[in-house]
Design a protein around this ligand. Structure first.
Ligand code: FES
Length: 109
């Protein structure tokens, strides 16, 4: 099963193939900041992809539009992705690890 290394919490979680980064964390009880509930509109969920970006789905038009609308064109030159839209690729492999940084993510209570 692919894994996601969450910073700054510094925990590694399992992610089902094709899960979004946010969805994988939420499935395990983690709190992930969001105001639109994962619809790709608010950009509150945005995270920095530190490593393994190639293991994530390509950025789609709606993700791109939301990021540019909220943060400007410059965001496209950064490693920022919407955690509710970026999916672990189905062909990522069971030992794949994607590392993302998202302050505000909290572990299950
Ligand atoms: S949760 Fe709103 S854009 Fe991802």
């Amino acid at each position: 099963m692919p894994k996601i290394h969450l910073l700054p919490l510094d925990v590694v979680i399992d992610a089902a193939d094709d899960a979004t980064v946010m969805g994988a964390a939420q499935a395990l009880g983690y709190y992930w900041p969001t105001t639109c509930g994962g619809e790709g509109r608010c950009t509150t969920c945005a995270c920095d992809v530190i490593d393994g970006a190639q293991l994530l789905s390509e950025m789609g038009r709606s993700e791109r539009n939301s990021l540019v609308d909220e943060r400007g064109e410059g965001v496209l030159r950064t490693a920022v992705r919407l955690a509710c839209q970026a999916r672990i690729r189905g062909d990522a492999g069971s030992d794949a690890i994607v590392t993302v940084r998202k302050p505000g993510v909290r572990p299950p209570v």
